[in-house]
Design a protein around this ligand. Structure first.
Ligand SMILES: [Zn+2]
Length: 494
């Protein structure tokens, strides 16, 4: 177990955790958002980020500080906390971004980590190599080797109480990401940023982002705090948290504000296109779009940045609440309906249902079926796995209706799409007391048929009769031979 990170509640791979940052003397609740603070240009002061917005942790760039004379002098003299006037935890980046951007930087992991330690950073970062998506495998491997060397160099530096990031690279090669995750987890470093996903996020490739994060998570294991580096748009927090990401960083709140972009959990709007401000934050209750547009440039940028932060922090709180009550996948579904990229991301997440299922908790509130994707959730998968272990007597009636008054079956089990059959003893357990709509897609019935097939395969000696409510042909075709079916909907029994 890694000492710095404690998991307090979980929902699938998502967790509410506590990251202890000893050098700052603070504990950060995760999932957490780290606002990116540009040491040269502060849209909103770090003190306000802490006091007004509740930021417990922020991230700034030690390379820019080191290479800007007056910043370096002040940081060396006062330390980062006093210089930025921020009482929470301060993470520093190393210049990797500049390395990726310009191909070369004038520092090394050893030197920049010592510098980060000297100026009072709480979480330092080595000089890893952020490999973009879709590069050749050869390049991805070469650069990953350089990143792994940087981690070894980082381990050798005496950084005292400062935590140190161990970035996970590997481009869009999922086997490399998994290998990089396992390597990083094998070091004695502390926090695990999944790097170079920004190009995927910027081009709305949320499905590829999920595959990359899923691979990194397989390598890292459950006890590693994971930072999805460069992810700051609130529309994808629920999705990324569901894949087990604990830390996000936002430069978006300030960058978007600079060119008039207004963040929402459904996507990004242009201030100039808005007729209303659909948000209850202080900025949006004090203003309407016209009064915001009428502000001078600097004031408008500040107001938009404030709104963007309010929306961003609110979504983080909503995600934490959903994890605690076990309803995160319902929130992910809701977000998935708002944007095609989020829908793709959610579908990709469900491709990893087995990975989610392994750490899913046994009981939650109530399973809500809200879309055909609900039929692919880890809870459905888990129930089908359980059906393979249940034993049945000789003649069993599986029915969507109540128990008939007169029958010659040895047992009567209920059937509920999308789960399939279950014995009466399980009917009040999670997720089988689900809330389902009257109108479900074929996918729900096909999933239920898969459940019947799993039970039948485990009990070859049993004769099953399925009393169903007008199941679609596609679902009936999924049933194994030997299952007798009766469409009971004609009896009006429902
Ligand atoms: Zn607002």
């Amino acid at each position: 177990m890694r000492d710095a990170f404690e998991i307090r509640a979980s929902d699938g791979l998502a967790r509410v955790g506590r990251l202890t940052v000893p050098r700052a003397g603070v504990t950060v609740e995760t999932p957490a958002l780290m606002p990116v603070v540009n040491p040269n240009l502060q849209t909103i002061s770090p003190r306000r980020l802490h006091d007004e917005f509740g930021a417990e942790i922020l991230i700034t760039n030690s390379y820019i500080i080191r290479n800007t004379d007056d910043l370096r002098e002040r940081a060396e003299e006062q330390g980062l906390h006093e210089m930025l006037d921020f009482p929470g935890a301060i993470v520093t980046d190393s210049g990797s971004f500049q390395l990726a951007e310009y191909g070369e930087i004038d520092t090394t992991t050893t030197e920049i980590l010592r510098f980060q330690h000297e100026i009072g950073s709480d979480v330092g970062t080595p000089v890893d190599v952020p490999t973009p998506p879709d590069v050749s495998r050869e390049r991805a491997e070469e650069e990953l080797a350089a990143t792994e060397e940087a981690l070894a160099d980082a381990e050798a530096v005496d950084t005292g109480e400062m935590l140190v990031n161990a970035p996970v690279q590997g481009s869009t090669y999922t086997d490399l990401r998994e290998q990089a995750g396992a390597h990083a987890a094998g070091t004695d470093l502390d926090v695990f940023p999944v790097g170079a996903v920004v190009p995927l996020l910027n081009s709305y490739r949320y499905d590829d982002m999920i595959d990359v994060a899923a691979a990194a998570k397989r390598g890292l294991g459950a006890d590693c705090p994971v930072h999805l580096f460069g992810a700051g748009h609130p529309m994808m927090f629920a999705l990324a948290a569901a894949m087990g990401c604990d830390l996000f960083d936002s430069a978006a709140y300030a960058l978007y504000a600079r060119d008039g972009r207004y963040l929402t959990v459904r996507g990004t709007e242009q201030l100039e296109d808005l007729s209303y401000l659909p948000c209850p934050c202080p900025v949006c209750t004090e203003h309407d779009p016209d009064s915001l547009r009428a502000l001078d440039e600097r004031e408008r940028e500040n107001a938009l940045a404030e709104h963007n932060l309010h929306v961003t922090f609110a979504e983080i709180r909503r995600v934490r609440q959903a994890i605690r009550e076990g309803s995160l996948l319902e929130l992910v579904e809701e977000r998935a309906r708002a944007h095609p990229a989020s829908a793709d991301g959610y579908k990709a997440l469900l491709d990893h249902a087995d990975q989610l299922e392994r750490s899913d908790r046994v009981s939650k509130g109530t399973f809500f079926y809200t879309s055909p994707e609900s039929a692919r959730r880890p809870e459905v998968l888990r129930h089908h796995e359980r059906l393979q272990r249940l034993e049945t007597p000789e003649r069993v009636l599986l029915t969507e209706f109540g128990e008939p008054t007169d029958h010659d079956h040895d047992a009567v089990w209920r059937v509920e799409p999308p789960f399939g059959p279950f014995p009466p003893s399980l009917s009040e357990t999670y997720p089988l007391h689900a809330e389902t709509p009257d109108r479900m897609e074929d996918a729900a019935y096909v999933a239920a048929a898969d459940g019947v097939a799993a039970l039948a395969a485990a009990n070859p000696g049993t004769t099953f009769t399925l009393g169903h409510d007008d199941w679609p042909a596609q679902a009936l075709e999924e049933l194994p031979e030997g299952v007798v079916t009766e469409d009971l909907s004609e009896l009006g029994a429902s």
